[in-house]
Ligand binder design. Structure first.
Ligand code: HEC
Ligand code: HEC
Length: 419
């Protein structure tokens, strides 16, 4: 009897689901990606647990910051969708987490500047297809094998060998940034090394951080467990292994391939509601979102100029005196995106197509966090230029820079040489 009922249901329930399912009404063109598998990730999705655990400790450990007051997790917190819920983060020198993070004079040094770009979510970056990282792609697997490290990066020849993948190569950089983690000249030896532009080599930023890690007995044990063939004595520990462990942690913990859409791609036709199926058909059909948001993670890993509004100081690529007088920023509020990496004018204002995995959790949107809601950023795509002109910046979430110590080295030299 039980068997009969379930067979009946298999027939009837499937039929009734079909009648409600817009899938059956869909006759347009649509190509869905293949479903995600373990093989899409480094280590086939199974990194060593000891490496992941070490990476977790390092990701949350402020010891990697010059003034020992900020960790990777401050801007990429699991409670805020691996980001921080604000348009532009307050980095080194601020206090608190997410939207409650404030700049404060009581803290070492204070905040000197806003981080110029929106802190991106870190979902699925352990998938092998991510060979280019950052909004402008400035860390990239070097396909022409020109650099010994195997990566094109802002550190060029100084980037050491032994980094296991692009995600590990990326992890070498936040610690070198004065605004993100290193701190300002005069505040600590790491910031001083950075100010001398000494990142690699003896006495450089990575070397000083290595010495800190070696001085903590628990890390000695953790590194040996995570890298049994590389770490026998304390002196075998270095920043490269730390970056490899951080990458293993990010790859493992921020993997996201269990959404209803993933279940649908794996064959569960009832995983999506009829409204969701309609949206999927538009996304992969008439609306052509998948022209750029393509593949298993909804990104072509390419760069496109879609006229996303610029919020905040940007990367100081331009000059706008009106902006300066209105905002009080001693900076040049422009960000030329991919163009500042390649030096090609046609790449100006192009930014990497973001993945849309878990996108509902990662507001605000765009490379500078211009839009607070998904609806607004999607509407922007429909009429980019008109929407850019109508944009007034009031929707951006910019934590106030109380007591900000405005300073811009390039800015002041430029200003003093301007008549
Ligand atoms: C002060 C905030 C802040 C801190 C601290 C920070 N990040 Fe980030 N992170 C950012 C911002 C902002 C970007 C985007 C920068 C850009 O694209 O120019 C970014 C980019 C990244 C990316 C690239 C993501 C992508 O899709 O391209 C990764 C990975 C990452 N961070 C990991 C880390 C790790 C690991 C640490 C610690 C070693 C760290 N971050 C510390 C703010 C921060
Ligand atoms: C021409 C390529 C292209 C097409 C087509 C496209 N996008 Fe985008 N999309 C981008 C780029 C590039 C960005 C990031 C731009 C930036 O930050 O400056 C983006 C950003 C987004 C974001 C914000 C994500 C985030 O994390 O900030 C969403 C959501 C989004 N797109 C959805 C869509 C949808 C829905 C469609 C179809 C209606 C679509 N896109 C079509 C290239 C495209």
């Amino acid at each position: 009897m039980k068997v009969f009922l379930s067979l009946l249901c298999a027939a009837l329930c499937a039929n009734s689901a079909e009648a409600r399912n817009p899938e059956s009404e869909f006759h347009g063109q649509r190509t869905l990606p293949d479903s995600v598998t373990n093989r899409d990730y480094y280590d086939d999705g199974a990194p060593s647990p000891a490496k992941v655990e070490l990476g977790r400790l390092l990701f949350f450990d402020p010891i990697l910051s010059g003034n020992r007051n900020i960790s990777c997790a401050t801007c990429h917190h699991p409670s805020f969708g691996t980001s921080d819920e604000v348009s532009l983060s307050l980095g080194e020198g601020a206090k608190g987490l997410g939207p409650d993070r404030i700049s404060s004079r009581s803290h070492i040094g204070g905040v000197y500047e806003r981080i110029p770009r929106n802190s991106p979510a870190l979902f699925n970056l352990g998938a092998r297809e991510y060979t280019v990282l950052f909004h402008d792609g400035r860390v990239e697997v070097d396909k022409n094998a020109g650099y010994e490290s195997g990566f094109i990066s802002p550190a060029r020849w100084k980037l050491p060998r032994g980094l296991s993948n692009a995600l590990a190569a990326q992890a070498m950089f936040p610690v070198t940034s004065p605004a993100e983690m290193a701190g300002q000249q005069g505040e600590n030896p790491i910031a001083d090394a950075r100010a001398r532009n000494q990142v690699g080599g003896e006495g450089g930023v990575w070397d000083l951080l290595t010495l800190r890690l070696r001085s903590i007995p628990e890390y000695k044990e953790r590194f040996s467990a995570a890298f049994p063939s590389e770490v026998r004595i304390t002196d075998d520990i270095d920043m490269v292994l730390a970056a490899n462990a951080i990458a293993a942690f990010e790859a493992h913990s921020f993997r996201a391939d269990q959404s209803p859409f993933d279940r649908y791609l794996r064959g569960d036709e009832n995983a999506l509601s009829s409204k969701e199926v309609r949206g999927m058909n538009l996304f992969y059909g008439k609306a052509s979102c998948s022209a750029c948001h393509s593949g298993k993670f909804q990104t072509d890993h390419g760069f496109h100029a879609i006229a996303m509004p610029q919020v905040g100081p940007g990367k100081s690529d331009g000059w706008d005196s009106g902006y300066w007088s209105k905002s009080g920023y001693q900076a040049f509020p422009e960000d030329q995106g991919r163009g500042r990496v390649t030096g090609r004018i046609e790449d100006n204002y192009r930014f990497r197509t973001p993945s849309l995995r878990n996108v509902a959790l990662t507001a605000p949107y765009g490379h500078s966090g211009a839009y607070p809601s998904l609806e607004e950023v999607v509407r922007h795509h429909l009429q980019p230029v008109a929407t850019l002109h109508a944009y007034d910046g009031s929707a951006a979430s910019l934590p106030p820079l109380n007591f900000v110590l405005e300073h811009s080295a390039r800015g002041s030299s430029f200003l003093s040489s301007t008549p």
